[in-house]
Ligand binder design. Sequence first.
Ligand SMILES: NC(=O)C1=CN([C@@H]2O[C@H](COP(=O)(O)OP(=O)(O)OC[C@H]3O[C@@H](n4cnc5c(N)ncnc54)[C@H](O)[C@@H]3O)[C@@H](O)[C@H]2O)C=CC1
Ligand SMILES: O=C(O)CCC(=O)C(=O)O
Length: 416
Amino acid sequence: MIAIENLNVLDSTQIIIGEAIKKLGYSTEMYELLKEPLRVLHVRIPIQMDNQKVRIFTGYRAQHNDSIGPTKGGIRFHPDVNEDEVKALSIWMSLKCGIVDLPFGGGKGGVICDPREMSFGELERLSRGYVRAISQIVGPNKDIPAPDVMTNSQIMAWMMDEYSRIREFDSPGFITGKPIVLGGSQGRETATAQGVIIMIKQALKIRGKNLNEASVVIQGFGNAGSYLAQFLHESGAKVVGISDVYGAIYDEDGLDIPSLLDRRDSFGTVTKLFSKTITNQQVLEQKCDILVPAAIENQITQENAAKIQAGIIVEAANGPTTIEATNILTDRGVLIVPDILANAGGVVVSYFEWVQNNQGYYWSEAEIESKLQDRMEKAFDNVYNVHETRGVNMRLAAYMVGVRKMAEASHLRGWI
Ligand SMILES: NC(=O)C1=CN([C@@H]2O[C@H](COP(=O)(O)OP(=O)(O)OC[C@H]3O[C@@H](n4cnc5c(N)ncnc54)[C@H](O)[C@@H]3O)[C@@H](O)[C@H]2O)C=CC1
Ligand SMILES: O=C(O)CCC(=O)C(=O)O
């Protein structure tokens, strides 16, 4: 009988970090340092709802390791947010920043809530309340938040305004993913998807295939998934399946992406408009060349890994594939571009946004795109090279590349 899989993402992250640290020859003390964030703040945020009742929301901000520089990472508004998830997400941010060589450690935040059931006013009060609650541990040189699941540039704008009021000076560098007029960067809105498409092209090159011959299934149609669908469609690839939290649609002849993009709502939902849908699990198992999970964690598990038909998986989402599934897929010869490499385009352009805020001088979209492409291609080559030369799977290779600089910096600071 197959053992039931442990779906706790902090546990699985710690297992892989442990393996990476061992392979690189670091001590067990280094593992003890890096297996958990240095700091986790648990906050309770009282918010007056539109019905005049007060509701207390729970939130977190985790800061994994600041040996290289300030911590950096998004804020998630989602009903399933929990402390272990936020901790794991902060560790992934550290690894991601290591892979694309940014002067940051990892941070991540989350609030347990469902923005789909909240008014604009309630969301604004919650966003401001969260910033007040975490204001002592964040800042442009301490910990710099950004968008993640169900947060967006409007929420970043409210948060930046609240932080600037608390500090009594304009602080655009406190947060990234802002609207352009408030110091946002060209290309941040689309950066995660841009990075993913660069990774898809690298993976196809290894497999000797062209993008315009490829069929793609994307799970999730929000910021990452929908822009990716648009870019793939514009590049001549065939997007055959997409999904949102309510279900999925699939057509092996290709979906009408422009029409789906027109009809999606601000939470990345569109499938409710269709009478014939399949489930989110079914869409993963449909025929395609490339599968892009772009929604949430634990979507590809030991239950469905053997049924995946794609030959390449590029993880736009954080943590979509379990350790067991990674092993099954790797044994089957599926090329996995792991999350901490594949979706790093978002934090790369966030870094560019922070640099532009600090210098007060802004770059063009073409400059951002070319800088992003350079970093992502280099990162892919580094990870692929470790995968080949050390004979480890792509996920472990990415962890090894991601953890190295942070371990070195922690050592040189005299922490270990
Ligand atoms: N937005 C960004 O810049 C970055 C996002 N990511 C990751 O990409 C993934 C998606 O993030 P965004 O596109 O920003 O979020 P989003 O909130 O814009 O979109 C999320 C999408 O996933 C779907 N979804 C939500 N819960 C689901 C569930 N239980 N089952 C199936 N589908 C579900 C939603 O309907 C929506 O289509 C997340 O894992 C996030 O951490 C990673 C790097 C950067
Ligand atoms: O843009 C950023 O700083 C971080 C984005 C993020 O949360 C992620 O990469 O998971």
